[in-house]
Write a new protein. Structure first.
Length: 331
């Protein structure tokens, strides 16, 4: 008798099979009702084997060299005997909903490594640019035995908040010679970061990167750190020469040791799991509301009335909720 799909994929994931891992992530990303049921069974089976990886979120403005940096860091970690998974959330085509950046082509050497797994996933219009199922993909990567899971964000914006809520440490990459870059970021994004890395610290930009790191460190002294026991350092790094990569990872380990020793890391993950549950509730309720027959019938007219100013958005929302809940509005 052929085992259920969820069980078959779970066995392959737990065996560390990268091809099966890719299939498992495709399953959890599917919106089909039957696939969602199979994905839930799959996740239930592997959940006890997850949680052992270091979870990093990495972001920065366009052109800062996120993929180049991630590749250098990934190869460094593989050289130390670790397995690295990269979940790179691409901007989605509004027509096809598919990924348009293609991170495997931007991290060719890392993609060829047996100890690496790279998964570009379309954001699919999800708020913040983070694929809704990135959290599940992260759990699957951990169950497959990867020691480090890196989530690369689309860019600088609301995606940072979403990623910071699912990783242990949030790393913000900065450009050398861009003195006003911190001011260009939203204050909230800067306050989310646990580590700052000035990239491209080589060649003609080496001095500029060193000066920028010192300037950023001084500017950050006026911000309240995310964790009272950890003050985010600013490091300079070259993904081309490898200079500074070891120091970046040492900072990651120092952060995990500091927060892990007092239980803050476990508490952070527990809070993230609770927030994840409520996020799923919100997403599911909204999807069911949109699919409800009564809501679907009223929605076009109510949207038109709101856009024309004939009804307030609050009143229209109340009518949709009443239709969804099966209540009749008082006459």
């Amino acid at each position: 008798m052929t085992p259920p799909l969820g069980q078959h994929l779970a066995d392959g994931v737990l065996a560390g099979d990268r091809r099966v891992l890719a299939q498992a992530i495709t399953l959890v990303e599917s919106t089909r009702a039957d696939h969602q049921a199979q994905a839930e069974a799959l996740l239930d089976r592997v959940l006890a084997h997850s949680g052992g990886a270091a979870r990093l979120g990495i972001s920065g403005s366009p052109g800062v060299g996120k993929s180049t940096f991630i590749e250098a860091l990934g190869l460094f970690l593989i050289g130390r005997g670790q397995r690295v998974a990269v979940l790179a959330v691409d901007p989605s085509s509004q027509r096809s909903k598919g990924s348009i950046l293609g991170d495997k082509t931007r991290m060719e050497e890392l993609a060829r490594a047996e100890a690496a797994f790279i998964r570009p996933s379309p954001a699919g219009g999800t708020l913040g640019g983070v694929a809704r199922r990135t959290r599940e993909a992260m759990l699957l990567c951990e169950a497959a035995g990867f020691d480090v899971v890196i989530v690369e964000t689309v860019g600088v914006g609301q995606s940072e908040t979403a990623v910071a809520d699912m990783v242990d440490m949030f790393v913000l990459l900065l450009q050398p010679g861009a003195g006003d870059e911190l001011q260009g970021f939203k204050r909230g994004i800067v306050e989310l970061a646990d580590l700052f890395v000035v990239t491209k610290a080589d060649g003609e930009l080496l001095d500029a990167a060193t000066r920028a790191a010192a300037a950023y460190q001084g500017a950050l002294g006026f911000l309240r750190p995310v964790h009272p026991r950890w003050r985010p350092p600013v490091l300079a790094c070259s993904a081309v020469t490898g200079a500074g990569v070891a120091e970046v990872w040492a900072a990651v380990e120092g952060y995990r040791d500091t927060l892990g020793a007092v239980g803050d890391l476990a508490a952070r993950r527990a809070g993230q799991a609770r927030a994840w549950m409520w996020s799923e509730v919100s997403e599911t309720v909204l999807a069911n509301l949109r699919a409800h027959p009564q809501v679907a019938r009223q929605l076009p007219a109510l949207e038109a009335d709101v856009m024309a100013g004939r009804i307030t958005p609050a009143a229209a929302a109340r009518r949709l909720l009443q239709a969804f809940l099966g209540r009749v509005e008082p006459g």
